[in-house]
Write a protein that binds this ligand. Structure first.
Ligand code: KG4
Ligand code: ZN
Length: 331
């Protein structure tokens, strides 16, 4: 069978990325231009600045992706672009660019849901991983528990009722003075602390999550007692949010009689969360999967991989394609 090369384009938040992926599984290039340094001084992503940065660099990043993969535009079979969810202005840069490119070189265009892209990060890391499986997506903007029935069929089992987990990490980091993006900083500081501060973990009948109560409790404790041990506070925060995650995953694994659990999204880089899921997998005698670190946070390789499965499923976008900032998984 002929190899299929997909060019992935990602611009949903503060990473401009273009990648070339072979047959949905093999990364030939994955160029990522992170804007973290630019947004750092504002303590978070400034949407308009993000869009402007994407516009400036996207064509350069595309050329680098081709160069690294040692191919030309002629060689690609289709262009896959993130349609949503994400920041509308940021998404529009990638979508408009992909449409222009697709028209200019006369290659098919495929729309990709960013959350489905995060799931596909695992297909690049584990060449043999195939649906069905239960997937927990934990990122800056999303917290979803999903039944991945096939490459193109997703059922949401649970989601956050308030903040996304990454948002809570970033907020906690900011109030304890660690700066942006907070997730990796909380992760590191927590290694020196003890989870000895009790925080409120709400459990629901269903498989939904909630992080704002835990986050607010951390903010209040820090406000009332500015000398509180920050490492202990971070360790306690991580323990509380992880308890929320493992409780629901344990329930879902039993409910769906699943023998594997797949984790995805930026927060899946967290060392404590990984350790906790390793322990859970041992306890339940199941297998746990996480993408390699670079494929956890936003990147275009995961978009190209998800795009490949949409492409071989016959999905095509036309030049009326628009960004959908609140696109739901499975839409
Ligand atoms: O998947 P991603 O790049 O963007 C979204 O699609 O939202 O995730 C970014 C999020 C940020 O909130 C960042 O703080 C978090 O992932 N993150 C982490 C770690 N590394 C990145 N959170 C906890 N621990 C980490 N080691
Ligand atoms: Zn993401």
């Amino acid at each position: 069978m002929k190899d299929i090369l997909i060019m992935g384009i990602e611009s949903s938040c503060d990473e401009t990325s273009v990648s070339i992926v072979k047959n949905g599984r093999e990364v030939l290039s994955n160029v990522i231009n992170s804007q973290i340094k630019i947004h750092e001084e504002y303590g978070g992503v400034v949407p308009e600045i993000a869009s402007r940065c994407h516009t400036e660099v996207i064509n350069i990043i595309m050329k680098q992706a081709l160069e690294k993969a040692q191919i030309t535009l002629e060689n690609i079979d289709a262009i896959a672009v993130t349609q949503g969810p994400g920041l509308v202005g940021a998404l529009l840069v990638g979508v408009s660019y992909a449409k222009g490119l697709s028209y200019a070189i006369n290659k098919p265009l495929v729309a990709v849901n960013h959350i489905e892209g995060h799931i596909a990060g695992n297909y690049l890391t584990y060449k043999d991983l195939k649906p069905p499986f239960i997937c927990l997506i934990i990122s800056g903007g999303h917290t979803h528990l999903v039944n991945v029935k096939s490459y193109n069929d997703f059922e949401i089992l649970g989601k956050t009722k308030d903040d996304a987990i990454g948002e809570a990490f970033d907020k906690v980091a900011r109030v304890v003075g660690l700066g942006y993006p907070g997730g990796p900083k909380v992760d590191n500081l927590a290694k020196n602390g003890k989870p000895n501060i009790k925080l409120p973990v709400t459990h629901f009948e269903n498989l939904d999550f909630s992080f704002s109560g835990i986050k607010t409790a951390v903010i209040n404790l820090n406000h009332k007692n500015p000398n509180i041990n920050k490492a202990d506070l971070c360790a306690s925060f991580q323990t509380a949010v992880t308890e929320m995650l493992t409780t629901n995953v344990r329930k879902a694994v039993k409910l769906y009689n699943s023998n594997k659990i797949v984790i995805a999204g930026g927060v899946s880089r967290n060392s404590f969360i990984r350790k906790s899921f390793d322990d859970l997998a041992k306890e339940l005698k199941i297998k746990v999967y996480y993408p390699e670190p670079i494929l956890c946070t936003d990147n275009a390789a995961m978009i190209a991989s998800a795009g490949y499965y949409n492409f071989i499923n016959g999905e095509r976008a036309d030049l009326t394609l628009n960004a959908i900032p609140n696109l739901k998984i499975g839409d």
